[in-house]
Design a protein around this ligand. Sequence first.
Ligand SMILES: Nc1nc2c(ncn2[C@@H]2O[C@H](COP(=O)(O)OP(=O)(O)OP(=O)(O)O)[C@@H](O)[C@H]2O)c(=O)[nH]1
Length: 553
Amino acid sequence: MEATATLTLSSSPAGARRSPARPTVASLHLRRVPTLSFHLRGAQGPAAFRALSSPFPGCRRRRRSGMVVRAEMFGQLTTGLESAWNKLRGVDRLTKENIAEPMRDIRRALLEADVSVPVARSFIESVTEKAIGTDVIRGVQPEQQLVKVVNDELVQLMGGEVSDLVFAKTGPTVILLAGLQGVGKTTVCAKLAFYLKKMGKSCMLVAADVYRPAAIDQLTILGKKVGVPVYSEGTEAKPSEIAKNGLKEAKSKKTDVVIVDTAGRLQVDKAMMNELKEVKKAVKPTEILLVVDAMTGQEAAALVGAFNVEIGITGAILTKLDGDSRGGAALSIKEVSGKPIKFIGRGERVEDLEPFYPDRMAQRILGMGDVLSFVEQAQQVMNQEDAEELQKKIMSAKFNFNDFLKQTKAIAQMGSFSRIIGMIPGMNKVTPAQIREAEKNVKFMESMINVMTADERERPELLAESRERRRRVAKDAGKTEQQVSQLVSQLFQMRTRMQKMMAGMQGKDTPDMENLAESIKAEEQAAMATGKRRRKYGNLRQRDLDSMRGYRR
Ligand SMILES: Nc1nc2c(ncn2[C@@H]2O[C@H](COP(=O)(O)OP(=O)(O)OP(=O)(O)O)[C@@H](O)[C@H]2O)c(=O)[nH]1
């Protein structure tokens, strides 16, 4: 192997995960970015790959000398739970005996997800009790019944109901943010302000982190970005004084919400707690939210408990969930600390903050996707008319290249494929490599669509019928004629798939989500035609030609 530092890690990946207080190279990197690349060389390469990749189910070995690890949210837990369901195939009812082994799998999956032992134990006890007690329901498989019990218990474990922000009845609502260094407090200030502005609330940020001068600059920049004023007094004043004066200013400006950013420490210490207590006394916050890093697993849950005992908090904000493949923090916080998770951060952008919905999260863990969050995000970037227009086109099979561009732009605004893909049922099995490939392909396709005429974008069959047109597009886009033919062919395939999905949604058929996942793969495959038709239509597939005919009829 090339890097000696990486070699140290490969000898003890489990230890690297469990002791974030002394982070190894791997945990440090994982905290920063969800994707890790290692270069493995020499005779030890395959063994090192196995050691490094074991905690990451989404990990793939690339070529002969490299591997890429990408953290997929809850990927590990989802895979672990699947093996439990599989063991119940063929049984006709759930009994104490036949669920013993699946329960062991679930327990193992929870512990691997970094859920603490007592939490995992009580979860298993509760699931076992409920699963054995369930009556056989006609038409429902025993494993589906167990999935339902696990789903309900996961929702309970994560707090049951969504826990909304509380607003002050009179005067500004003060939200005090606390947390260790680097967990994302300053970023959360801007994300919260952005979120509250969308709710129609006016906000002010208060820079009470006086120990890291860059924190004030960072908050000022972020404040500008989200269009919210930032109150600061530099690094000389006391945090409690700054917070008090900031609140006074917010009152005079009739601001609805004041968000106070405080200093982080490497670890919990007395000075930090005392400072927070002083700020709390000075501004009497409506909400005191502890920001914790999802990647620290059960330690995050313990931290929420410790802060609650010391200063009394109202909830937690779990950040960096986009880089956490295990999910231990999300599962343990409520149970361990008694305090709810109010928001989750799933990226570095100001838009990447969402309320925490235990039921949606449970569905994601079980690999059922999170269609509601997906739809909500889609609604934010696509106006109602656009969405209705798109739906009409999909239903009447008139989806054209303009719609394709509109849709890919909306997806780009919602975040990359990798962020939204897990929200779609069945798509959690798509590998990170396929996602990256799909992202590349979208750009590739856009370059061809951009050189089409308005008519061609509107009526893709013009391109299907005319080799001349395809040649011209290829030339203008700097691509080959075959690549243009593939694009046209793919559009017709999309129409067919969309029609199938619409039929499924209307109850005519079950949408085949596995096929949808497969379709990502299909984007990279060439559409080849044979015989006579090939002479006329180049590389278009027979079934695309048929679907095109359907459209023209
Ligand atoms: N991937 C990802 N990165 C995040 C998220 N939230 C914050 N970050 C990144 O984490 C790093 C630290 O964030 P900050 O907001 O500076 O953290 P802080 O807690 O204010 O840090 P201190 O002021 O040093 O205590 C930055 O690079 C952020 O962009 C998230 O949800 N996902």
